[in-house]
Design a protein around this ligand. Structure first.
Ligand SMILES: C/C(=C\COP(=O)(O)O)CCC[C@H](C)CCC[C@H](C)CCCC(C)C
Ligand SMILES: Nc1ccn([C@@H]2O[C@H](COP(=O)(O)OP(=O)(O)O)[C@@H](O)[C@H]2O)c(=O)n1
Length: 316
């Protein structure tokens, strides 16, 4: 296995005149590379990894067995991903329990607790994605985290069991059936984002950021400062919508920078800022519509963000 890595590294360094060794090393750690801007030819030696070079519209697929051979696959990868899954599941339980304690001790209001869990859960879940391996199955292990919470919400939402702490931390009125709406849609979107977009596509990163950071902040700021209501929706306010746009935009950029700095994709930032602003505007407009009774924000906001990001970034 080590011979394989040395051979690939040596060949890539020899053939590559556009990639530094660091870039090559990072390339080994990330199975798929995006970059937006002047497309660059990648050395053939990196053909074994997922590459998508905008402009070239070339996508090469990894052969998992070869990728695993190079990166030291086998049981070690699954063990790492299983450990990462257990760690993040424990983190989710700890987060909800923490806000349960804060709510029980009347240190924060139940509504604020719910919104902070809304903001932090998805963003921290997304931030945990780099601890999973570079195997093609890592995203499925990661999606087990929201899946476990989905099952938890179903069990307690259907009153098959009782978890006062969970209900108090994530519902408006403390009714178990509330778990089957906003919170359930929320974790379903996280499952979808992890499986279909994962950490190497700006689409999922922006969509989760807008659902968690943007929509979450809109509630907090709108309830507090929302005196001036929107002309077309008396339930929503300018303060809430402007907050959603600004914070959703900034959090999306921050998360894009996080994954870009870790080497999962490269972005041409001038164009990216414009594209993220457009997606944030679309998501904010959708959230402001008087459709809460028809479709939950935890569905409409991320789906609108996915469509807008897909069209503006051209990623899949
Ligand atoms: C309160 C939540 C949704 C309600 O939305 P809304 O009705 O106010 O619009 C979020 C529910 C979160 C869920 C119970 C737990 C999700 C955990 C997540 C998948 C993993 C977090 C891991 C991290 C390390 C803390
Ligand atoms: N754009 C927005 C969004 C929410 N809000 C305020 O936040 C409250 C909850 O918003 P929401 O119904 O969208 O809450 P969630 O569905 O996101 O939990 C609203 O009743 C408003 O008081 C606002 O003023 N402006």
């Amino acid at each position: 296995m080590s011979v394989g890595i040395i051979a690939v590294a040596a060949t890539a360094v020899v053939n590559s005149n556009t990639l530094s060794f660091t870039h090559f090393r990072l390339s080994l750690l990330r199975p798929r590379q995006f970059h937006v801007g002047p497309s660059r030819s990648l050395p053939g030696d990196l053909r074994f990894a997922h590459y998508y070079a905008a402009g070239e519209k070339t996508v090469s697929r990894a052969t998992p067995c070869r990728l695993r051979a190079v990166l030291g696959g086998g049981g070690g990868v699954e063990l790492r991903d299983a450990g990462a899954t257990a760690l993040v599941v424990a983190g989710a339980y700890a987060l909800v329990s923490t806000f349960d304690v804060l709510t029980n001790r009347n240190l924060i209001q139940q509504n604020l607790s719910r919104k902070l869990v809304h903001i932090l859960s998805g963003l921290l879940f997304m931030a945990s994605w780099p601890i999973f391996s570079t195997s093609t199955g890592a995203r499925y292990f990661a999606s087990l985290v929201p899946l476990v919470n989905c099952l938890r919400l179903l069990v307690y939402g259907l009153s098959l069991a009782n978890d006062e702490g969970l209900i108090k931390s994530v519902t408006r009125e403390g009714k178990p059936e509330e778990l089957l709406r906003g919170p359930l849609y929320y974790v379903l979107i996280l499952i979808l984002s992890a499986i279909f977009f994962w950490r190497d596509s700006p689409v999922g990163v922006i969509s989760v950021s807008m659902m968690c950071g943007g929509d979450g902040i809109a509630d907090i700021m709108g309830r507090r400062f929302g005196f001036l209501k929107l002309p077309y929706n008396q339930q929503k306010s300018w303060a809430g919508s402007i907050s959603m746009f600004v914070f959703g935009f900034l959090i999306s950029l921050g998360m894009l920078y996080y994954f870009s700095a870790l080497g999962y994709f490269q972005l041409e930032w001038r164009g990216t800022i414009q594209r993220v602003a457009l997606v944030a505007l679309v998501a904010t407009l959708v959230e402001s519509l008087p459709t809460t009774g028809i479709v939950d924000d935890n569905i409409s906001v991320p789906l609108a963000s996915m469509v807008a990001a897909f069209l503006s970034f051209g990623y899949y």
